[in-house]
Design a protein around this ligand. Structure first.
Ligand code: 3PG
Length: 409
């Protein structure tokens, strides 16, 4: 891979592809975690005299958090203490004019990349490089720096398309992400504990299967909807309300896959022993083996229970390596954040080399001031794809660019 510190940026125009896709409420960004993560690279580029064109996506077409990047320009500007010009264009004439007019030390924010049709279709690098997005922007930039680890699993034009067109250089965040993930994945120090939570059940099952089959994990702790699916696969009943919820989201079909994993690795996959539901506006914990579990017929499970947290904390306390992705429950609601916070706190207190990721859910780590985690990954889906053993298109693009420009740049 090319190295950020090997290039001269003075007077150069750098397209800085970041992943600033963030949780938003009423048009405001509610967590600036992904902004803070890219600051070392951005500051390095500015200190070295670059003109920096920041590009990110936000949400997906027609989703609730699909928006312009005007707010992103404002948040970034506040963090770096200088103006970030928001340009309501991506690669059209106006954007290219504004880029050409830049001076060293200036920062500009392009419009949400997913407003461009080419960006929302995932095609191989060889095709992406012929996109208008790549060809038009290539006219006005010298180098591409990329810190968008959280989108490394998407073969989108802005991510892979520049590899043979301009030097595609990983930023400092990218280097830290890849280094930490590889360290955990390749470690032989035992016990290696994976904590799989959240709603990306399909991806999490593929991670569980890969790390167990390849002998890279010793224990898997489950929570969130991943925990529900494994609990059902173990033969427990989670009641009508929860089964209906999982059916609606197409997750019941995944129980078969979870059963297949359990057929081979039953003792290594731990599932919650108690859960929390909401009863008359209050958190009520229900043991999976108690008669009160009849409540699951009427009330959806919103978190793992305290007994589960205790059991998981003990395992995490003895771990050497911890990889955790996704929350244990609906952590956005304070009374149901107990499981997620308890587990994340136990990870922070453990002496293990630990990685926690899960896209927007890492906001909880900052919100509750949890410390001691070795690496907080900005990646959700990208992190899961990595641990599922898949080649990430962006990482391949870095290699292609290094082969193409290595020595020539
Ligand atoms: C994420 O938040 O996981 C990344 O920004 C990728 O977003 P996507 O799943 O919409 O591609």
């Amino acid at each position: 891979m090319l190295k950020l510190t090997d290039f001269d940026y003075h007077g150069k125009t750098v397209l800085f592809r970041a992943d600033l896709n963030s949780p938003m409420e009423n048009g405001r960004i509610t967590s600036d975690a992904r902004f803070r993560a890219i600051l070392p690279t951005l500051e390095y580029l500015l200190e070295h005299g670059a003109k920096v064109v920041v590009a990110t996506h936000q949400g997906r077409p027609y989703s609730g958090d699909f928006s312009t990047t005007e707010e992103h320009a404002r948040v970034l500007g506040e963090l770096i203490g200088r103006e970030v010009e928001y340009v309501e264009d991506i690669f059209g004439k106006y954007a290219r004019e504004r880029i050409r007019a830049m001076e060293p030390g200036e920062v500009l924010m392009l419009e949400n990349l997913r407003f461009a049709s080419e960006e929302v279709k995932y095609v191989p690098l060889e095709k992406s490089e012929r996109s208008f997005l790549v060809r038009k922007l290539a006219e006005v930039i010298d180098l591409v720096v990329n810190d968008a680890f959280a989108t490394a699993h998407r073969s989108a034009a802005s991510l892979v398309g520049f590899a043979r067109v301009k030097p595609l250089i990983p930023g400092f965040l990218m280097g830290r992400e890849i280094g930490a993930l590889k360290k955990a994945y390749e470690s032989t120090e035992k016990p290696r504990v994976y904590v799989l939570g959240g709603a990306k059940v399909d991806d999490s099952l593929r991670v569980a299967e890969n790390v167990l089959k390849s002998g890279r994990a010793d224990v898997i702790l489950t929570g969130g909807l991943v925990g529900h699916v494994f609990t059902l696969a173990k033969g427990y009943d989670l009641g009508d309300a929860n089964i209906e919820f999982l059916s609606k989201r197409g997750l019941i079909e995944l129980v078969d896959h979870a059963e297949k994993i359990l057929d081979e690795f039953y003792p290594y996959v731990r599932t919650p022993v108690d859960f929390a539901v909401e009863l008359d506006g209050e958190r009520v914990e229900v043991d999976l083996l108690s008669d009160e579990k009849a409540l699951f017929d009427r009330y959806p499970i919103l978190d793992i229970g305290s007994r589960t947290v205790e059991k998981y904390a003990e395992i995490l306390g003895n771990a050497s390596i911890i990889v955790a992705n996704g929350p244990m429950g609906v952590f956005e609601r304070e009374e149901f954040a107990l499981g997620t916070i308890g587990v994340f706190r136990a990870i922070g207190e453990s002496r293990a080399f630990s990685i926690v990721g899960g896209g927007h859910s890492i906001a909880g780590i900052y919100l509750y001031g949890i410390e001691g985690i070795s690496h907080i990954s900005t990646g959700g889906g990208a992190m899961l794809e990595f641990f599922a053993g898949k080649e990430l298109p962006l990482l391949r693009a870095f290699e292609v660019s290094a082969e193409h420009f290595g020595g020539k740049a």
